[in-house]
Design a protein around this ligand. Sequence first.
Ligand code: HQG
Length: 180
Amino acid sequence: MSASHVQISKLLSKALRHQPDVLGISLDEQGWTDIDILLQKLREKGIDIEELLLREVVAENDKQRFRISDDGSKIRASQGHTIPVSLEYEAVTPPEDLYHGTVARFLDAIRETGIQRMKRHHVHLSKDEETAVKVGQRRGQAVILRVRAGEMHRAGYVFFRSENGVWLTDHVPSQYIEFS
Ligand code: HQG
């Protein structure tokens, strides 16, 4: 992603996941907002983005964070929200192992209470360690936790996979985590 793409992506993440108010837009129950209105509100804030550029940012986004509706009129974030939206993902069977990237200073708390979703709707997990390293590195030296997702699923825990391939679940109790 180019520098301007990153800036637009950050702005979209903020508005579509956390604070639609900053742009004066509203999201429907499934998290969608109208693209024409979004671009208009951005223009009112002095940010002039051509529709084509917006579509390019969505298509080329490094983590495919956003999705445009099939009819092309609406946009939403695929995961990561802190505001209440219902993304309506279907429950799916996870792979045997999933990974969570974090940092050492959270480990005592995670040992105690498991991996919590904190401000987001779900705990975020990935199917490969490499992605978990990147997630952990946002906060310092990454520590990778292996989650026995298959075992959790067989015990009745529910998993979802977002459109951009992030694995989601409500809570990972400590006994399903490999801290090695
Ligand atoms: C930690 C980014 C103390 C948890 C990434 C994490 C991801 C605990 C932090 C997505 C805890 C929450 C999500 C407990 C968990 N006690 N700390 N019991 N349980 N934590 O940002 O997974 O670039 O809400 O380890 O790539 O870091 O935004 O979650 O460090 O996919 O698209 O509390 O955000 O994607 O932090 O990241 P977050 P996350 P985007």
